[in-house]
Design a protein around this ligand. Structure first.
Ligand code: DGJ
Length: 746
């Protein structure tokens, strides 16, 4: 639609949008055209004029039609919507290209605007053209009708005579007004993923980035929150949240220069990734999901969770099964008898799924360690004489489902696949490849369509042969350590990182089209694939290879800022823990695992009958609270990062009729004074019956079975004993509570 067609645009917009509107209005006495895009509680206003560069006017709490009309007078932001490099050179740019004749400058002006209604959302696209070159940039803003998320991204089209090279290509830019703005972000490492860090934004450049090539969330995360009113608070203050929906290398930049703004840019990491766009070609960036909350970080998280469950995660409307995964129980020592015993144990404890992890495959080479066989996805009959088919039948007999581990993007130098296709690996041409895990692992080159077909074939082959497979744990234990592709042409080697992820997504799409019901877990040496780029294809992710319950409190807390509990695989494991060697009592391990997607990562045959019974009861109770944990709203109550000796959070069902409260002591000292935790998110008018789950104390809590108002619980919380009342020989340094609240009626 051409912008000079002003009245029809306004009329059409007003008719179509009502109060959740995309309204175009014209402040009196000005030629500015403010376009307002709204979600239930937020508004984004852009100034879009034909022949001009579009500008940001406003992003925040939703505006009334009156405010939209007059924002032209009171607005204080006139930052470009998408700063292009070349005419305001000293400033950071969202976008920089080398045009076909070598010119490095770009000047964009609006040439058209369009809206598209898909029912769930309305998408505004603003098409711009370079003033001189036949080069087009389109900005997209997709506002969801029922969740407070606006996705923003960009696309480029080259109509010049020759090739254009994209050097910088952010998905989106957002100016954040300076003041006392704090940034909350996640950082970490293998076995210590998603640690929360919160700091005020200072002058200079903050860069959060990933260059792994395959996994992108071990070290830093592509999601952030800006608290606009000082030190981040859970329930108060304005917050802008941003999550880049991309599984590959990313770069988030916050530039605090001499202006009134923190300039936030988010997109694919352009380092060693310049993209050559041939004449007539397009390139589209991944979306940046934005949310705004006027009720602190907590509401911003709930906004992400609702959107995640409804629109991003695979099967976000489905409750997840309770599973036992074989890894920490047997590692590579897979055999038929062992697998069947584990299946019997999880079935007896009430679990619903058994997953056979690494070590089940290999033809010429047996997979007895991490040094061989990736790529040879045939059942190792030396270990499993009856094959996967037999295991499926055994699972069925026990009334549970069966899942299997694969790592299809990878190979080992000792594998039949590598012997057959040495040119399928990511490798710098002419160089010996640097190897990864086990000293022999290599990454397959997913930019190559033959490799894509092969990787799809791994899943397709398994599913065709064994249609009963219910769940696949898809692992990825190596990054791109060799920049090079045998498939990409010499002058396209810089496409590798991006082409890898395009290839990966293409494979995922094919899998989802053919196997829509399959449950897929994104595992990447632990939490390397916790991002909204992969979640449309995956049901959940493995938060970390570290299953230590105490450290998991910190990691799952950080993860909860952006991802809903149903996506966080959280397993009960052995004591001493296999990563930290900490001996954490089973009660505490269960109480932590039950705050996410509950599973087990343990050898049941090493458990006592009493321990199995405890897990059996916990699994039964988890089935009761599962809808609340997995589909309810999260309220974080006491952060472990505050260092106050305890951590606490709760989930509340959408109708507020049920809630589950968790409390874990994170330190243990004598005569300690822990804060009494007030609850949140309940209905003040409702009365709730209190029931403790996983009780180990000899006496119930004094308020067990009593009914208390939501108003009281939110104003005062409950007094929790600091230690468990058990026999002296059972006492230990840990203490935790899980309390289920149910509407008791009037
Ligand atoms: C790394 C994963 O994170 C673990 O859970 C396990 O599946 C191993 N890989 C298997 O090699």
């Amino acid at each position: 639609m051409e912008l000079n067609d002003r009245n029809p645009w306004q009329r059409k917009a007003a008719r179509a949008w009502g109060i959740l509107c995309l309204a175009v209005c014209l402040p009196v006495g000005s030629e500015a055209r403010n376009v307002c895009l709204s979600t239930p509680n937020t508004s984004l206003v852009l100034d879009v004029e034909q022949g001009e560069e579009p500008k940001y006017v406003y992003y925040g709490r939703s505006l009334s039609p009156l405010d939209v009309e007059n924002i032209g007078y009171v607005r204080n932001c006139d930052q470009p919507a998408y700063p292009a490099y070349g005419l305001d050179c000293p400033y950071e740019a969202a976008f920089a290209v080398r045009h076909s004749d070598g010119n490095l400058s770009t000047q964009l002006e609006v040439c058209a605007m369009e809206e598209k209604d898909t029912g769930e959302a309305r998408t505004l696209s603003i098409r711009m053209k370079d003033k001189v070159y036949d080069f087009y940039v389109t900005l997209y803003y997709k506002a969801y009708r029922d969740v407070d998320i606006i996705e923003a991204w960009s696309s480029f089209r080259n109509e010049e005579k020759g090739e254009v090279v994209l050097g910088q290509f952010a998905s989106a830019y957002l100016p954040v007004r300076r003041g006392d703005v704090w940034l909350s972000r996640l950082y970490g490492a293998w076995a210590n993923e998603a640690r929360l860090v919160q700091e005020p934004l200072r002058p200079g450049m903050e860069v959060i980035q990933n260059k792994d090539g395959v996994r992108n969330s071990h070290t830093a995360h592509a999601e952030v929150m800006f608290s606009l009113d000082g030190r981040p608070q859970e329930d108060n203050g304005r917050v802008i949240g941003a999550a880049l929906c991309y599984g590959g290398n990313y770069k988030l930049r916050v530039n605090t220069d001499e202006s009134e703004y923190h300039h936030f840019f988010a997109g694919i990491n352009e380092d060693r990734s310049s993209w050559h766009l041939g004449r007539g070609e397009d390139f589209t960036t991944p979306p940046l999901a934005l949310t705004f909350s006027s009720e602190g970080l907590g509401q911003a998280s709930r906004n992400f969770h609702r959107w995640g469950r409804k629109y991003k995660l695979a099967h976000g409307d489905r409750e997840r099964k309770i599973l036992l995964n074989s890894w920490e129980g047997v590692y590579f020592k897979i055999n038929e008898e062992g697998m069947e015993a584990m299946m019997s144990d999880i079935a007896a404890m009430g679990g619903e799924l058994f997953v056979m992890d690494d070590g089940w495959f290999g033809g010429k080479y047996s997979r007895n360690s991490d040094k061989t066989s990736l790529g040879d996805w045939v059942t190792d009959r030396r270990k499993l004489p009856g094959g996967v088919g037999k295991l499926l039948r055994e699972a069925e007999k026990r009334g549970i489902k069966f899942g299997i581990w694969i790592e299809p993007e990878m190979t080992n130098t000792r594998s039949e696949l590598y012997e057959k296709h040495p040119d399928w690996i990511v490798q710098a041409p002419g160089r010996e490849p640097v190897t990864g895990r086990g000293g022999t692992q290599l990454v397959l080159d997913l930019s190559n369509p033959d490799v894509q077909d092969y990787v799809f074939g791994v899943v397709d082959g398994l599913m065709t042969k064994y249609p009963g497979i219910d769940y696949i744990k898809w692992d990825a234990n190596m990054g791109i350590l060799n920049h090079g592709s045998h498939y990409l042409e010499g002058n396209r080697q810089s496409h590798l990182y991006i082409a890898y992820h395009c290839g990966f997504e293409a494979v995922c799409r094919r899998i989802r089209e053919k196997y829509p019901d399959l449950t897929l877990q994104a595992c990447a040496q632990g939490g390397g694939r916790a991002n909204y780029g992969v979640l449309p294809y995956f049901d959940e992710f493995w938060v970390s290879d570290n299953t230590d319950a105490l450290q998991r409190i910190y990691m799952q807390w950080g993860t909860s800022y952006f991802f809903p509990a149903m996506a966080m695989a959280s397993h009960i494991s052995a004591a001493p823990n296999h990563q930290t060697f900490r001996t954490v009592p089973l009660k505490f391990r269960i109480d932590v695992a039950m705050s996410g997607r509950l599973g087990m990562e343990i050898q049941p045959k090493d458990m006592t009958e009493e321990e199995k019974e405890m897990c059996r009861r916990a699994i039964a109770d988890y089935k009761t609270i599962r809808p609340v944990v997995q589909k309810g709203d999260l309220y974080r109550l006491l952060s472990p990062y505050e260092g106050l000796g305890a951590a606490s959070l709760m989930y509340v069902s959408q109708d507020k009729a049920e809630a589950v409260f968790y409390w874990w002591k994170t330190e243990h000292f004598m005569n300690q004074h822990l804060p009494r935790v007030r609850m949140s998110g309940l209905d003040a008018e409702k009365n709730y019956r209190i029931r403790e789950l996983n009780r180990i104390d000899n006496q119930p809590l004094p308020y067990e079975g009593k009914v208390v108002s939501g108003a009281f619980l939110m104003a005062n919380g409950l007094e929790l004993p600091y230690v468990h009342q058990v026999e002296r020989n059972r006492k230990n340094a840990y203490s935790s509570r899980v309390i289920y609240l149910e509407d008791a009626g009037d």
